[in-house]
Design a protein around this ligand. Structure first.
Ligand code: FES
Length: 199
């Protein structure tokens, strides 16, 4: 039996008529000006992304503890006596020395052309094997083509009472208090003070 809907010709033809009446959709190609705007916008986004990545890179430490460029825990028991041969830490490229002025962490790279001066016990000084520059236990230049004293890393000494002393910002030694126990010494190989030029 035919239903009223199937036999009504207008009910079948209405959707067909709407479809026929719908406008066709056409996608226009971007104009040259729009295309340049897209390129410009993408370039700005790329630059902003690179700048953000750079900020994040500098905001967080890149070196682990005990890795050159980062902080080193130096055992206070290895602190040399006043005037004694330095304690060298090859992984950190520094020498810890103690003079009558106090403690220094000397960067172990020659200020001439970057060779590695060695401590020569018989002469009581650092001597560079490349061009003969020589430095005192304090890092002070003695002779040779090196233009300045050895550079210094910032050290932090912590006493048992919790107080700390740090390498002065202008360089030099940390005076040590012999009456107080040192519980830790930290050397920051990421913080270098450039040695003074010699006269
Ligand atoms: S690199 Fe040390 S004296 Fe030249």
């Amino acid at each position: 039996m035919a239903t009223a809907e199937s036999t009504n010709p207008t009910a079948l033809s209405a959707p067909v008529a709407r479809a026929a009446a719908a406008p066709s959709i056409q996608v226009a190609a971007p104009s040259r000006r729009e295309f340049l705007y897209y390129i410009w916008g993408a370039s700005i986004a790329l630059l902003l992304g690179q700048a953000s990545a750079g900020l994040i890179w500098f905001a967080f430490p890149r070196f682990k503890e005990g890795e050159f460029g980062g902080a080193f825990a130096f055992n206070p028991e290895e602190l040399p006596g006043v005037g004694a041969a330095p304690t060298s830490v090859p992984a950190g490229r520094f020498h810890v020395t103690q003079t009558s002025e106090g403690l220094r962490a000397l960067y172990g790279v020659c200020t001439h052309l970057g060779c590695l001066p060695k401590w020569v016990p018989t002469n009581g000084r650092f001597e560079c094997p490349c061009h003969g520059s020589k430095f005192q236990l304090s890092g002070t230049w003695i002779e040779g083509p090196a233009p300045r004293n050895l550079d210094i890393f910032i050290a932090t000494v912590t006493y048992a009472d919790g107080t700390t002393v740090e390498t002065p910002a202008e360089g030099g030694a940390i005076p040590l208090d012999a009456d107080r126990e040192i519980t830790s010494i930290q050397i920051d190989t990421g913080a270098r003070i450039i040695g003074d030029l010699h006269p």
